[in-house]
Design a protein around this ligand. Structure first.
Ligand SMILES: NC(=O)c1ccc[n+]([C@@H]2O[C@H](COP(=O)([O-])OP(=O)(O)OC[C@H]3O[C@@H](n4cnc5c(N)ncnc54)[C@H](OP(=O)(O)O)[C@@H]3O)[C@@H](O)[C@H]2O)c1
Length: 243
């Protein structure tokens, strides 16, 4: 059984999640920041792609005592497992993530990743999970998290390249999008789902709009797939409502 999986992303009015030069990545309001930490508080595992970790300096932290308390109220493990996905083990040893040892860090790498890089990574991460095949098998990775770390709810925080692999594998149960009131433009600006994408509209992932809330000029949208929510998610364990 795999964990229930949410994705959370902030995007501009024109659908970008960073500027084309990838310099600007924080543009949501404080309310959006709170939403991110509420979702983290409900997750047993937080998953993120290598480029996002490097470029944003993300450590996937808990957000302070207020969110620690929420995590306890939601019945979650005190600290989530942090998962960085780096198929070719290329993630920089200088990433800020490695300096924060507040909870276990697992690296997902592909079976064909250069051995020397995997050795470097194994000194940085607490644990390595090696996926069968060249690309990361995200479904197998989720099952491994459930079995090895008892993960029931997982939060994926991008970027678009990694999100796409989860969408194509059909393992995304909820998509939280914060639609922010700015335009970024740029043909090469990253979006919430890049990578290979779907070849046709017939194959495209269909979503159901579950809720939409407005805070100031920001819209908070929650889409769901058709998978039944587990009891933990239904009581908003990993999904505090956008209030
Ligand atoms: N606004 C938001 O909410 C938000 C959120 C997150 C990120 N972002 C932005 O998004 C940008 C980064 O996104 P991105 O799409 O370029 O990169 P990404 O998805 O964060 O990371 C891509 C890397 O992750 C690994 N990876 C991802 N999927 C894989 C798979 N299926 N198999 C094997 N390895 C896989 C690969 O690492 P290797 O190269 O080691 O193989 C790949 O190069 C940044 O500019 C960031 O600011 C914005």
């Amino acid at each position: 059984m795999r964990p229930y999986l949410r994705i959370n992303m902030a995007m501009s009015a024109d659908g970008k999640v960073a500027t084309a030069n990838r310099a600007a990545h924080t543009f949501g309001s404080p309310r959006d920041g709170r939403h991110l930490h509420e979702l983290r508080a409900g997750a047993d595992a937080i998953i993120c792609g290598a480029r996002t970790i490097e470029e944003t300096g993300a450590t996937l932290g808990n957000g302070g005592p207020r969110f620690d308390a929420l995590r306890l109220r939601l019945g979650r493990q005190p600290r989530p497992v942090r998962v960085v996905v780096s198929g070719s083990a290329s993630i920089s040893p200088d990433a800020a993530l490695w300096g924060d040892r507040s909870s276990p860090i697992v690296a997902w790498v592909g079976a064909s990743a250069p051995r020397r890089r995997v050795e470097v990574l194994s000194r940085l991460a607490d644990e390595i999970w090696m996926s069968p095949g060249d690309d990361i098998d995200v479904k197998a990775g989720l099952r491994w998290l459930a079995k090895t770390h008892h993960v029931r709810d997982a939060l994926l925080e991008g970027g678009g390249f990694l999100n796409d692999a989860f969408f194509r594998a059909g393992v995304v149960d909820e998509l939280h999008l914060t639609w922010c009131p700015l335009l970024m433009g740029g043909a090469k600006a990253p979006t919430a789902a890049d990578g290979l994408g779907f070849a046709s509209i017939a194959q495209a992932k269909r979503l159901r709009l579950d809720s939409i809330k407005r805070h100031g000029d920001e819209l908070f949208l929650v889409y769901r797939s058709r998978r039944k929510q587990p009891r933990t998610a239904a009581v908003q364990g990993g999904c505090p409502p956008v209030s």
